[in-house]
Design a protein around this ligand. Sequence first.
Ligand SMILES: Cc1ncc(C[n+]2csc(CCO)c2C)c(N)n1
Length: 252
Amino acid sequence: MSFAQSLRQDADPIFEAIYLHPFVQGIAKGQLPPESLIHYVSQDTEYLNTYSKVYGMALSKAQTPDQMRLFYNRIGILLEGELIPHLNLCRVAGVTHDEVMQHPVELAPTAHHYARHMLCVAQQGTLGEIVAVVLPCQWVYVDTARRIIEEFQPTTEHPFYDWISFYASDEMHQGLMELTALLDHLAPGARELDLAMMRSAFLDSSRLEYQFFDMAFTLQKWTPSGPGAYPLGEKPDSDSFDSLSVRVNTCV
Ligand SMILES: Cc1ncc(C[n+]2csc(CCO)c2C)c(N)n1
């Protein structure tokens, strides 16, 4: 079994829990509350900004021009955002993407945690650790979307057809294969300790993928009375912001 496959095997219970999570099942069955969809899109936009930065840090640690090109190309695609899936979620929520983007966003605890987890590994880790920390993001979405297609056979009438077909596409799968191939290329030259760090980065990101869906589903916020997801049209009350935890439209 390849190193990447062994990580995927270790994370299998987490991937299973992700598939069964109410947010993912809501995508599969075409039913999710609008607030959860909006919370997801606004937090995910920030997440993708961080993800681009992590690819930039991977580029700086790349060992060959081909590896540099891989990360360079991905940054270009990511900076466009994942517009197709995000537009799909906004449409179902009954809002425009522009409306969601107009509102300042405070990173919710899980999005905050996930961003810092990736940035910390990107700054301190090897190239292999960076690949391991970003890999669940792609693997979870490809596996999830393909499993939904297998189980539910959604047609173009399905409310989340665009979301599902975007992540189940051959292009997305190809991107996943590129990353697992790179990890399997790097693993044989890594020391035991580095391999353990890669495993831990992969498992933590997998758990955070679960938590990210949970954050959107439960409209997670820092404190019961503090700021969090707010309905569109309602400006957040800046006085109620906890100044220590607030990040407004930041590229963390
Ligand atoms: C929390 C969160 N995790 C994963 C994805 C999906 N995703 C983000 S970047 C990327 C691949 C780009 O190379 C994929 C599949 C998401 N949108 N949000």
